[in-house]
Ligand binder design. Structure first.
Ligand code: ARG
Length: 252
């Protein structure tokens, strides 16, 4: 009883903070939440600045609204969806996959990038792991609360894989490198980026696990989602979107 009352109070308070186009314009700033551990979509550059494909798209959304972009680093587990539903951020971009489950609690823009979940293994021996042949009895890493974890629960666990869950993706990568786990599930474009930055250390193994689309995330009912879709359409028509793909994303 006490708990449900608290929940109602929370819901009432948070809806009062709803992020809308009018409110964002009034405060003059669009607050973006992102987990900057996900190159080339969001990561800290050598200068410490958060940058990447998602950041440039968010900048364009803010510019079209006539406001400044403020970037807040939030761990993925806290970002999705609490930082958005609580109104702590107006918008989230973090290579976030559009799913029906998530769409129950947040609003998504239209898809802006086609991605996939793939197996990452230690470089030099990708032949040592194949999907679905080699899953049984192997330990496979996943990042907590990501679609990689969801698909692993659905598809790998029933085939006898043991899952190791990481809050921090880079801890999973360290375990792959050290040979402590057979493979780590990750997003295809981030793996391609890793292979470019750290040649020979990581490889993709086996077939893709699942195809997915990334979306920008807003509070449910917010008109910011439609504004983001307009920016996306404008960027596609002007060639700006393609220029950002060329700038940031390693072509598969
Ligand atoms: N695409 C996956 C998901 O939506 C993983 C995203 C992880 N992003 C990050 N910045 N760590 O669950």
């Amino acid at each position: 009883m006490k708990h449900s009352l608290m929940l109602v109070a929370l819901l009432v308070t948070s809806s009062a903070l709803a992020s809308t186009v009018a409110e964002v314009k009034k405060k003059g700033v669009l607050v973006l939440g992102t987990d900057p551990t996900f190159a080339p979509f969001e990561f800290k550059g050598a200068d410490g600045q958060i940058q990447g494909f998602d950041i440039d798209i968010a900048r364009a959304v803010a510019k079209d609204l006539g406001v400044k972009l403020e970037i807040r680093a939030v761990g993925f587990g806290a970002l999705m969806p609490q930082a958005v539903t609580s109104g702590r951020v107006d918008m989230a971009m973090s290579g976030i996959t559009i799913t029906a489950e998530r769409a129950k609690v947040v609003a998504f823009s239209g898809p802006y990038y086609r991605s996939a979940q793939v197996f990452i293994v230690r470089g030099g021996n990708p032949g040592k792991f194949a999907w679905p042949a080699d899953v049984k009895g192997r330990t496979i890493g996943v990042q907590a609360t990501t679609t990689g974890q969801f698909v692993a629960n659905d598809v790998l666990k029933p085939r006898g894989a043991a899952l190791k869950v990481y809050d921090d993706f880079s801890a999973g990568l360290a375990d792959v490198r050290a040979g402590r786990i057979a493979a780590l599930i990750g997003d295809a474009p981030t793996v391609a980026d890793l292979q470019k930055r750290l040649p020979g250390q990581f490889a993709k193994a086996g077939a893709d696990l699942a195809a997915e689309d990334y979306g920008m995330v807003f509070r449910k009912g917010s008109d910011l989602a439609a504004a983001a879709n307009r920016t996306l359409a404008r960027m596609k028509a002007s060639g700006e979107y393609q220029a950002l793909l060329n700038k940031w994303i390693v072509q598969k």
